[in-house]
Design a binder for this molecule. Structure first.
Ligand SMILES: Nc1nc2c(ncn2[C@@H]2O[C@H](COP(=O)(O)OP(=O)(O)OP(=O)(O)O)[C@@H](O)[C@H]2O)c(=O)[nH]1
Ligand SMILES: [Mg+2]
Length: 277
């Protein structure tokens, strides 16, 4: 499992894309703010900066991941929403995955980090990565937050939809990390190429963007159960606020509240000044 040693890795035992003697590379990829760097820190023992906002990682970071069969190199990448990258940071991550980053070849395995509390919106990128046909493992991170929100996830079912192993983990509590390392080890040792991602081929309607979104929605509906009330409540608030009429009323109410506060609070020091002179 995780080790604290960051010294150069000894000769690995995995066959890799660069031959049997080079250290296998495992890339951490996922939407922004899904906990990639937190997972990187938990698995390598390093202390890279994490933050509760998207875009906190803007460059590539590497650390040593000790697996049962030998050491591997874990690569933390900036977050991205899609492989059709727009920002320079996203482009860096996408090019590493495609093996187009300078002299580097594609990683030997990809660890896709999904936020367990927002599975549907994370599935678009996950399906794109799976389609790269690299050995892939999905880490369902923040499972502690999902449990606290009483979100139930059918991990096995999700795994069969994605066509790769899915492991529920929490980089905060450390749960599932040992299992995740075993899954990475097995994928690195696998001779068979990644299973084709059948869900986005036959039967897809519309362009491939729409097909992926349709697929993500269908998989999330099948595999994720949110408690009654919670999702509904925020959805109901969203519906009111994004409605042109409801949104305008809410906006005016907030502005009136602010003006009222400004004048009522300002009245206190103004009265004090008046009384002072
Ligand atoms: N509850 C909980 N929070 C987590 C977990 N992992 C990460 N977080 C929190 O999620 C936030 C984002 O974590 P990061 O590790 O910076 O996420 P990232 O994916 O590297 O973000 P970018 O580099 O911006 O793409 C931080 O506030 C973390 O503390 C987890 O397993 N459980
Ligand atoms: Mg990061």
């Amino acid at each position: 499992m995780a080790g604290l040693d960051t010294s150069p890795a000894p000769a690995p035992s995995h066959p890799t894309s660069e031959g049997p003697l080079s250290t296998p590379q495992v890339a951490l990829v996922g939407n922004p703010n899904t906990g990639k760097t937190s997972l990187f820190n938990a698995l390598t023992g390093l202390r890279a900066k994490t933050a509760n906002f998207p875009g906190s990682t803007v460059d590539i970071r590497r650390g040593r991941l000790d697996l049962e069969s030998g050491p591997a190199e874990l690569i933390d990448l900036p977050g991205l929403y899609s492989l059709d990258a727009l920002s320079p940071e996203e482009a860096v991550a996408a090019s590493v995955l495609r093996g187009e980053a300078g002299t580097e070849s594609a990683p030997d395995a990809v660890l896709v980090v999904i936020d367990a509390t927002h599975i549907e919106r994370n599935l678009y990128l996950a399906s794109e990565v799976v389609d790269l046909q690299l050995p892939t493992i999905v880490a369902l991170n923040m499972i502690d937050a999902a449990s606290a929100a009483r979100i139930t996830i059918e991990v096995e079912r999700l795994s069969s939809h994605l066509g790769c192993p899915v492991v529920a983990v929490s980089s905060r509590t450390g749960s599932g990390l040992a299992e995740l390392c075993q899954a990475v080890d097995s994928q690195l040792a696998a001779v068979e190429p990644q299973q084709d991602h059948v869900s986005c081929t036959a039967g897809c309607t519309g362009c491939h963007f729409a097909a992926r979104y349709d697929w993500a929605e269908q998989v999330a509906t099948e595999c994720v159960e949110t408690p009654d009330g919670q999702g509904h409540r925020t959805a109901a608030i969203d519906r009111v606020l994004v409605n042109p009429f409801g949104g305008m009323i809410a906006f005016l109410a907030v502005m009136v509240g602010i003006f009222y506060l400004i004048f009522s609070l300002a009245d206190v020091p103004m009265t004090m000044v008046d009384e002072g002179f």
